[in-house]
Design a protein around this ligand. Structure first.
Ligand code: CAP
Ligand code: MG
Length: 405
């Protein structure tokens, strides 16, 4: 059918996908041809309904270097503003084909017209800066721990402790929704009352990100409730709710920060030879409209090397066809001993989340929050962490428990 054309030069009308491909029992070129066919217009055999007009719409493999295969897809194959359809094409059936031993979608370069058919973030990184009034340092965040089990009343109490000791942003854990022990509405009312209290006591706008993750009707109801209550942020687990739900949430124009957690991403992204890269998922999340997205920590408990995280964060902060920029979130196994290195590696435009690394402080949550702030201050003032800890007790205790880089 001729899906391979190594002389072809992609045009501004093409969407270019880069794959890592290991064939199974056939040549690399034949396997590349099979994936180009299945992900565009073809199937396993010639069909009588194929015409020369349709043939022109086929994808073209234009580069095969070692196991990296590049494929150009004419953008007419894709529906504008439809992430599910794009992924059903270029990240769909092809992963299960017998022609393929391993296949990983490494990157998708969107043509301008297709990218611009998406709304992107309603509220972006620069809006997050404006809303919080914090411009010159990373934001300090936390995840209420234990991740399940706290009551709304307990969260209200802890919220006041951590915000009043320097935390800018608190969030629910990814698996907290609305359970018997912690109903969504009560939790939102209680924690937002603390947000208001901090505003009146300190003049600071702190953020609470309640997890709205659920079936799409429930998710929208919860987001509406946050809006009614004057909240500024809506949290969702972007992968478990699905791209369609995320696009629908964005379409409501709630004018709120959308905090995107990426629970389940590693089932898709972790195998270096198979699946979809986090970069592709981050591109989809930005097109769909998240304001902030978890991208990894380099130093914490979750898998993800420095180059990968830096590359992701650079993408979120870079120009992308004029769509608003997205705030990266570093979360997972972080504690005060890691903050200066983290800032050094990832820069200022960042939300730094410590869950266990705050609530696990030997002197409790107030000290945990203060230790985070002291650690960040040491980095901003350029004073070595251990030296700074000599005169800052909470930081000293944190380093004693968890060590420090
Ligand atoms: C962090 C966290 C986050 C993970 C997700 C957790 O808590 O709340 O969900 O960081 O990883 O439950 O593990 P800790 P990522 O600070 O206690 O580790 O951001 O890489 O998707
Ligand atoms: Mg979590």
């Amino acid at each position: 059918m001729g899906y391979v054309d190594l002389k072809y030069k992609p045009t501004a009308n093409d969407m270019v996908c880069s794959f890592y491909l290991e064939p199974e029992g056939i040549s690399l070129e034949k396997a590349a041809e099979d994936i180009a066919a299945e992900s565009s217009i073809g199937t396993w055999t010639e069909v009588a309904t194929m015409s020369s007009r349709i043939k022109k719409m086929g994808a073209k493999v234009f580069s095969i270097r070692k196991n990296i295969v590049k494929v150009a897809y004419p953008q007419e194959l894709f529906e504008k503003g439809n992430i599910p359809q794009i992924l059903s094409s270029v990240a769909g059936n092809i992963f299960g084909m017998k022609a393929v031993k391993n296949l990983r979608l490494l990157d998708v370069e969107f043509p301008e017209e297709l990218a611009k058919s998406f709304k992107g973030p309603e509220v972006g990184l620069d809006d997050v800066r404006r809303i919080t009034g914090v411009y010159d340092r990373p934001l300090l965040g936390t995840i209420y721990k234990p991740k399940l089990g706290l009551s709304p009343k307990e969260m209200e109490k802890e919220a006041y402790i951590v915000y009043s000791n320097g935390i800018d942003w608190s969030k629910d854990d990814e698996n907290l929704a609305s359970m018997e022990f912690n109903k969504f509405e009560e939790r939102v009312v209680r924690v937002l009352s603390v947000v208001d209290r901090i505003k009146s006591e300190e003049g600071r706008t702190v953020i609470y990100a309640p997890n709205t993750t659920g079936p799409v009707d429930k998710m929208i109801e919860r987001a509406e409730f946050i809006k009614e209550q004057g909240g500024k942020c809506i949290m969702v687990d972007v992968l478990t709710i699905g791209w369609s739900a995320l696009q629908y949430l964005r379409k409501q124009n709630f004018g709120k920060i959308i905090h995107g957690h990426r629970a389940m991403h590693a089932a898709i992204t972790r195998n270096k030879k198979h699946g979809i890269s986090m970069l592709v998922l981050a591109k989809c999340a930005r097109l769909a409209g998240v304001s902030a997205l978890h991208t990894g920590t380099v130093f914490g408990k979750m898998e993800g090397g420095k180059d990968v995280v830096i590359n992701l964060n650079n993408f979120l902060k870079s120009d992308f066809f004029g769509l608003k920029r997205v705030m990266p979130i570093a979360s997972g196994g972080l504690h005060p001993g890691l903050i200066p290195e983290l800032v050094n590696a990832l820069g200022n435009d960042l939300i730094i989340n410590c869950g266990g690394g705050l609530w696990g402080h030997p002197q409790g949550s107030a000290a945990g929050a203060r230790a985070m702030r002291q650690s960040l201050d040491s980095a901003l003032e350029g004073i070595p962490l251990r030296k700074y800890a000599e005169s800052h007790d909470e930081l000293k205790m944190a380093l004693k428990k968890w060590g420090g880089l």
